[in-house]
Ligand binder design. Structure first.
Ligand code: ADP
Length: 414
């Protein structure tokens, strides 16, 4: 194995796995740190953790366990993958995890670059943009678990790490890999541990990848992975095949991101949907059973949607009653139970919106490893759990996918 990735959530793991696969690396994604799995035959292995919003100490412990397993598998370089919107709080977990990985690897310098230009996440002069908006003015300011209210990444990371952070700005990046390596050397010599690296286009990420060939650890969004396969002499391969799985189809959405709200609204115009209300869950109403009873007779006629997705105002109202954590857990547990029930009812093609939500769903389905299939929209492939029953899962990070993503995904997966 050439490259080992530690991803802080499940859809983020799938995103980076797709990036590596598209760049020519044979990639396998495992869910959590495998207990019994032997040597994995792949160029890259992505360990999907559920550490983004865990207490920092737990996120560190999970990440170190993943590192140890990946090194035993023979990984020559490690990528710590987080969200392209740098989802974190002042308590972590990007800083604490990166600090711990550096310590465990005996490394003293790394880069941090969440840019993913294809999905309109760019870093310029150390500031993260979502489309034309600063991160702090984008819908990410209202994320239920990791509201992002500062776009200056050196400041954001600086509050999370005990080490010094500085910037390698676009003019240096545009001079190419050698200039970046020189900048890294200078930063390291002046006592800096992290370089936030600007990137506004794929060419910047490709150059950054080349500049990082000798770094034991990199940190970033999936974009940073695009330049890495070339360091191992790997070139782009052909497109992935789409194996038929048959069966019924369903969509579960526990994401409250702006794009998921748009996707749910688009679906509801013409297709059947069932809403999960967190306040009813808190009152003990068995909405999982109700949703499954509702879906049962409809599945033969076509795909159904079950969603907890809500606009920021509604989410705030729920959170003020239940707390963000409890509301999140109630919804995740409910959607996970529904996923299991739907598979028991013959669903074999399942689209899930939301990173945390997808984590809860694959746990409930007992999925331990995924093969990566064809791309639906940038950052989101169809994936195929290794084992029985034969399923196709599309795990969508909140803000990814076009407005008709659910239809598009199900339309391409027989
Ligand atoms: P994303 O990928 O958009 O960040 P996630 O699934 O990771 O989506 O996170 C969304 C969180 O919000 C989950 O914990 C989910 O259970 C929670 N959630 C979903 N719907 C609601 C709601 N109506 N009110 C409050 N929290 C909700």
């Amino acid at each position: 194995m050439h490259l080992g990735c530690i991803a802080d959530d499940l859809t983020g793991a799938t995103d980076v796995a797709l990036m590596l696969q598209n760049a020519g690396m044979r990639t396998v994604q495992v869910i959590g740190v495998p207990a019994g799995l032997g040597q994995v035959d792949a160029d890259a292995v992505v360990v999907a953790l559920k550490s983004r919003t865990a207490p920092a100490a737990e996120a560190v412990a999970q990440s170190l366990a993943a590192l140890e397993w990946l090194r035993k598998q023979g990984a020559r370089q490690i990528l710590f993958k987080y969200c392209s919107t740098f989802d974190s709080t002042d308590a972590g977990n990007i800083g604490p995890v990166a600090d711990a990985l550096l310590g465990a690897m005996g490394a003293s310098f790394t880069v941090a670059c969440p840019a993913f230009p294809t999905n309109k996440r760019t870093v310029y002069l150390g500031h993260l943009f979502v489309g034309e908006q600063l991160l702090s003015e984008s819908p990410m300011k209202d994320h239920p678990l990791t509201p992002m209210r500062d776009a200056n990444l050196a400041r954001v990371l600086g509050r999370q790490t005990k080490h010094k952070v500085d910037l390698v700005a676009l003019p240096t990046v545009r001079q190419g890999a050698a200039a970046m390596r020189e900048a890294f050397k200078n930063l390291k010599e002046s006592g800096h541990t992290y370089a936030i690296v600007d990137a506004v286009a794929d060419e910047d990420l490709l150059a950054l990848g080349a500049a990082c060939a000798e770094l034991p650890l990199l940190t970033g969004g999936s974009g940073i992975a695009m330049g890495l396969p070339a360091n191992f002499g790997i070139r782009k391969g052909g497109d992935a095949a789409i194996p038929a799985v048959g069966g019924h189809a369903a969509v579960l959405s526990g994401s409250c991101s702006a794009q998921s709200n748009a996707q749910v609204a688009h679906w509801m115009k013409a297709r059947p949907s069932f809403r999960i209300d967190p306040l009813q869950l808190a009152d003990g109403v068995n909405l999982a059973a109700a949703a499954l009873a509702w879906a049962g007779p409809l599945l033969a006629a076509g795909a159904v949607l079950v969603y907890a997705t809500a606009e920021p105002d509604a989410v705030r109202k729920v959170q003020s009653r239940l707390g963000a954590q409890r509301a999140g857990e109630l919804v995740e547990q409910c959607l996970a139970r529904i996923a299991k029930g739907l598979v028991e009812q013959g669903v074999r093609r399942l689209v899930v919106a939301g990173g945390e939500t997808s984590g809860a769903v694959v746990n409930a389905l007992g999925v331990s490893a995924l093969r990566i299939g064809a791309q639906i929209d940038p950052g989101v492939p169809w994936t195929y759990p290794i084992g029985e029953p034969r399923l196709a899962l599309a795990l969508k990070s909140g803000n990814f996918g076009a407005v008709d993503f659910f239809d598009k995904a199900l339309g391409m997966q027989p």
